[in-house]
Design a binder for this molecule. Structure first.
Ligand SMILES: [Mg+2]
Length: 189
């Protein structure tokens, strides 16, 4: 989440009209009708602005997003845990993660990336009109490419775990650092 996106959410929240039946608690009172019983009667329609100033609303949005970003990371971590469990389980690959050196995991990862490259080579041949006998049709080749890229990622995750790298955090941190370095911020939705 970028600073621009946070600002956008804060501004939208501050303009948001509270529901007609909103019920403040904690000793706060709200009268729906102003000047009730007089000829100057009017309806009060508070927005988020009545609750918080810009700075306070920004703090609230940041609080909301902290959880959201953790969720994304947790999902990735849950996948890593599942990946490792299957790798090591007796009913899985029976392969302790430390049974291979980082170089072994790297070789496996690069092997899958090579398989992806081989599929892409066939896609390139089809593009150039020089398809070899036995090459699968292009839509099937794209399915195979997806499989090989997925295999690469699965091994890459095991390589990261074998070397003590938390891939979810590492990717997030590196991506954000690079964005900052080049002055990039994602477009506001
Ligand atoms: Mg493969």
């Amino acid at each position: 989440m970028t600073e621009g996106q946070i600002k956008h959410m804060v501004e939208r929240f501050l303009r948001w009209k509270l529901p007609e039946n909103f019920a403040p608690d904690g000793g706060i009172q709200f009268e729906t009708t102003g000047n009730a019983g007089t000829q100057y009667e009017y309806k009060r329609e508070p927005t988020g602005t009545n609750l918080f100033d810009f700075q306070q609303a920004t703090a609230m949005v940041r609080f909301m997003l902290a959880d959201w970003q953790d969720e994304v990371r947790l999902e990735m971590r849950a996948f890593s845990a599942e990946n490792r469990q299957r790798c090591e389980a007796q009913n899985g690959f029976k392969h302790p993660i430390n049974g291979w050196s980082p170089s072994d995991w790297m070789t496996a990862t690069m092997g899958e990336l090579g398989e992806a490259a081989n599929v892409l080579k066939k896609i390139n041949r089809a593009r150039d009109g020089v398809t070899n006998v036995g090459d699968a049709p292009v839509p099937r080749l794209y399915e195979q490419l997806a499989d090989e890229i997925a295999d690469t990622f699965i091994y890459l995750d095991l390589l990261a775990q074998a070397t003590g790298v938390d891939l979810a955090s590492a990717v997030r941190a590196k991506f954000d650092r690079t964005s900052k370095k080049i002055g990039y911020s994602a477009p506001t939705p």
